[in-house]
Design a protein around this ligand. Structure first.
Ligand code: IMP
Length: 413
């Protein structure tokens, strides 16, 4: 049995797309379990850069089955655009992609609502939150409804009754059209996965966003509206907890965040520009500049716990190559109290002072390193310290955006 979950252990953008792309080589099925086209997973193959928002990055490997689970909220226009982009680049989608019949669908009214109400959170404006609101309010419209004319009409009428802003008939026709196009991908995903597990197929569950953006375990209310943590892989696909063998957390060697919300270790000086430039820290979905800061062991320790991480993959180590000194936050101080564990009170997070330890940098280019043993001494010391502080093993290290700039460790740190 091999069911592995890959989750972001910070505020998203940890480089999950790349790690999933590497792990997908050893998987038969890759399943996305939550979020929507708010995500942007970047994979670089040769000179080609692919940014995937909905379809699991496993699609870039020949012959893999890629599944969009029920926990995902699906914008059909964005999906069809992505399928077209992949086709143009010569990637086979038909026959390799399945979509859960139970995935909820994003409608134009969700996007309008998101743009109106999401500013305080700094949402991506893709209608993600409002679509999940409808799901929980039990008035959502699911993928299966797009191929049932009567059901779609009734549900749209119920949702938009009395609204002068939206043309029900126009939306109905438009979404029936989408239904025709996506019908061939629709599947009963729990059954597909159950059968695959009994045939000993290797399944990789792909999380989007990151643990600190999780609706339950993140920096609420500055979060996304789904469970980005490993638990989401179960509810978002229909696989039971006893089936999961391993949970891999993806961790950037420093920290970034897009949108609003507290970020204790955010740089206050010109380091922000330096790291942003070197790490190309601009949102893959919205193009917004990402906020950057030092590694925060408090938030990642929280991720180790709430995801039950078996190991971590550390990405973008090379971005720190030119730093003379590198800091790690090990705890926070607020009103005379020391916080070693992640505080639930957002005020503590917003107003605390991080307590740092400082390490000597390695001041050497690591982008051509292919084995752990060839990393500079101080880079190894940094990784070792992260592993100690987080109390988790490191299994993968990445030093650049290309496939060959990622290496699995022969023995864990
Ligand atoms: P929403 O997911 O569009 O509702 O946005 C909620 C928050 O999550 C905002 O701060 C977004 O910037 C953030 N967010 C959503 N998706 C991602 C992602 O893939 N990477 C990083 N941040 C994200």
């Amino acid at each position: 049995m091999s069911c592995r979950v890959v989750v972001g252990a910070q505020w998203g953008d940890e480089g999950k797309g790349k790690i999933i792309d590497i792990l997908a080589a050893d998987a038969d099925i890759i399943v996305r379990y939550q979020g929507g086209n708010n995500a942007g997973h970047t994979v670089v193959i040769g000179e080609d850069e692919f940014i995937l928002h909905l379809i699991p990055s496993g699609i870039l490997h020949k012959g893999k089955t890629c599944i969009i689970g029920n926990g995902v909220v699906l914008d059909p226009a964005a999906l069809l655009e992505e399928i077209e982009m992949l086709r143009k680049k010569g990637i086979k989608v038909d026959g390799n992609l399945l979509i859960s019949e139970a995935a909820h669908i994003i409608f134009p009214y969700h996007k309008v609502m998101d743009k109106r109400r999401g500013a305080k959170i700094g949402t991506t404006g893709r209608g993600i939150g409002p679509c999940y609101v409808d799901k929980m309010a039990r008035c959502g419209i699911r993928a299966i409804d797009l191929v049932n004319k009567d059901s779609l009409k009734k549900k749209l009428q119920a949702n938009l009754e009395g609204s002068a802003e939206f043309d029900i008939e126009k939306i109905y026709e438009q979404y029936l059209g989408y239904g025709k196009k996506i019908q061939k991908y629709l599947a009963n995903v729990p059954i597909v996965l159950g059968k695959a597990i009994s045939k000993k197929k290797r399944i990789l569950f792909e999380g989007a966003q990151g643990t600190l953006l999780d609706i339950d375990h993140g920096t609420y209310p500055y979060v996304t509206s789904s469970n980005a943590t490993a638990g989401g892989a179960l509810t978002g696909t229909g696989v039971g907890p006893t089936m999961i063998d391993k949970v891999i957390g993806v961790v950037k060697a420093y920290t970034t965040r897009v949108g609003e919300g507290p970020f204790p270790t955010q740089f206050k000086d010109d380091l922000m520009e330096k790291i942003r430039r070197k790490g190309k820290e601009f949102g893959a979905t919205t193009g917004r500049p990402r906020r950057c800061g030092w590694f925060d062991a408090v938030i990642v320790r929280h991720s180790v716990i709430v995801n039950g991480l078996s190991e971590i993959a550390v990405t973008k180590l090379d971005v720190l190559d030119e730093m003379e000194k590198i800091k790690i936050s090990t705890s926070y101080k607020y009103k005379g109290k020391t916080y070693r564990d992640f505080p639930a009170d957002i005020d503590v997070l917003a107003n605390c002072e991080p307590v740092y330890e400082e390490h000597d940098g390695w001041m050497q280019d690591t982008t051509a390193v292919k084995k752990y043993k060839d990393l500079p001494k101080n880079a190894k010391a940094y990784l070792k310290r992260l592993s100690e502080l987080l109390d988790v093993k490191i299994g993968i290290v990445s030093v650049g955006s290309k496939r060959k700039q990622t290496f699995k460790l022969k023995s864990y740190i």
